[in-house]
Design a protein around this ligand. Structure first.
Ligand code: HEM
Length: 410
């Protein structure tokens, strides 16, 4: 029997402007059972879990480097510097060298040790807003927790935290395609964040302490070590990589829990027992990172559909995390599901797999557990948040809640 090979033109094209309620519905309607889709930008999306390995195999694909900078006409300045020196946008030896010191020091045990602080912060933020009407959950809670916790890990003094947090959320916009008109503001804020990080590093160089930055600096030295710019960029990169991703994961998970009142009631009855499966399902159901893009180094045959060498092809996490071959009834939000995978694809795969997974999980789990414990009567105010985007970190429109100890009518 001969297997028909589909050419690039035969790969279904997606139409994001159709009348779809969300990206999941759009992908299914446009692509059907095909394992890969074409996008209107001339790139490809691989949609199946089982292709994760192919898409992140360094002999078949490579990470994008400066391509997105050149496409946006950026060739210098702080955004360019971030891409040119960061671990995320590098391959091979440069990637290993830049990732090594962070991987060594930003370790699972150290992040697990932050749980107590995360829990205390989440409880303080919720208590201050209990029975106090409408809360801007996106900014005041979900956005505040990752920015405040990374500030504490880096030793940012408490008084500087609001300034630091503002710089973080402004600078983050530089990592994704943005309107050229906002670039000067992003560049000013990213330059200020860089100066701030450089000051923290300088202080630890002069007087090392028993903390993450001092250990990180110790790990960057020696032969094949990092230049001062590379060291600063890896720290700034950590701050940026962990903020809007975790903010979105907290919103997405809480929003689903509140829309499934039976599961929310179960979590409220046993917050510490169920916070992990609840977070696991929230990360799967509507993940924060839509896809991880790569460049195909050769023709990639995905079940008979050929993505041509040289193309940009992204592993679509939103599709793979609802792959019916892996998850039974994948569109059902179910914190009790038994078909969990050994490792969570929401954090990527291969050499660039997320370094902040332990911290992100601790922040997500402790935040939902704190709300379930202190405010079981919490309700969404207005329509649920809308998550959208097929590339990089997804966007979220808004999310408001009312925190209450008992059920309230709103
Ligand atoms: C729920 C929250 C998070 C999600 C869903 C997430 C997801 C991801 C994904 C999918 C990648 C792989 C990108 C690729 O292969 O192209 C990644 C990389 C990365 N993440 Fe996260 N992340 C989260 C939180 C964090 C946090 C809290 C930090 C640190 C504070 C962090 C730091 C990083 C870094 C440094 C990389 C680059 C790794 C490398 O290039 O070797 N992330 N993340």
């Amino acid at each position: 029997m001969t297997v028909k090979i589909a050419t690039a033109q035969e790969i279904p094209l997606i139409d994001q402007d159709g009348p779809y309620r969300n990206d999941h519905e759009m992908l299914r309607a446009c692509v059907g059972p095909a394992p890969v889709a074409r996008t209107p930008y001339g790139t490809y999306l691989a949609l199946r879990w089982r292709h994760a390995e192919t898409l992140t195999n360094p002999s078949l694909t490579r990470q994008l480097e400066l391509e997105t900078m050149f496409l946006q006409g950026i060739s210098d300045g702080p955004i360019f510097e971030m891409f040119a020196n960061g671990m995320l946008f590098s391959n091979g030896e440069a990637h290993r060298r830049r990732r090594g010191p962070v991987a060594k020091t930003f370790a699972f045990k150290a992040m697990e040790a932050m749980r107590g602080e995360i829990r205390a912060l989440a409880e303080t933020l919720v208590r201050a807003r209990l029975n106090a009407g409408v809360v801007d959950f996106l900014d005041e809670i979900a956005g505040e927790i990752p920015a405040a916790i990374i500030a504490r890990i880096l030793g940012v003094p408490g008084d500087d935290a609001p300034y630091f947090s503002r710089l973080v959320y402004s600078s983050i916009r530089g990592l994704s395609p943005h309107e050229p008109s906002v670039r000067p503001q992003i560049e000013r804020d990213l330059a200020a964040l860089n100066d701030y990080v450089a000051g923290l590093l300088e202080a630890r160089r002069a007087a090392p302490e028993e903390d993450f930055l001092s250990q990180f600096l110790a790990a960057t030295g020696g032969e094949g070590g990092l230049s001062p710019v590379e060291a600063r960029v890896q720290v700034a990169g950590l701050i940026l990589a962990g903020s809007d991703t975790t903010r979105l994961a907290i919103c997405s998970t809480l929003s689903q829990l509140l829309q499934h009142q039976d599961q929310w009631a179960a979590l409220c009855a046993d917050p510490d027992g169920l916070k992990k499966p609840a977070a696991e399902e929230g990360l799967r159901y509507d993940p924060a990172v839509a896809s991880v893009p790569r460049v195909a180094l050769r023709n990639l045959d995905l079940d008979g559909f050929v993505v041509p060498a040289g193309s940009v092809v992204a592993l679509s996490l939103i599709a793979a995390l609802r792959d019916p071959e892996v998850y039974e009834d994948p569109d059902r939000f179910d914190i009790f599901r038994k078909d969990r995978t050994r490792w969570h694809l929401a954090f990527g795969a291969g050499a660039h797999r997320c370094l902040g997974e332990a911290l992100a999980r601790a922040e997500l789990e402790e935040t939902i557990a704190a709300i379930a414990r202190l405010a079981p009567g919490t309700k969404l105010v207005g329509p649920p948040p809308k998550l959208s985007g097929l590339r990089a970190v997804r966007s979220i429109d808004r999310m408001e809640v009312a925190f209450a100890q008992r059920t309230i009518s709103i």
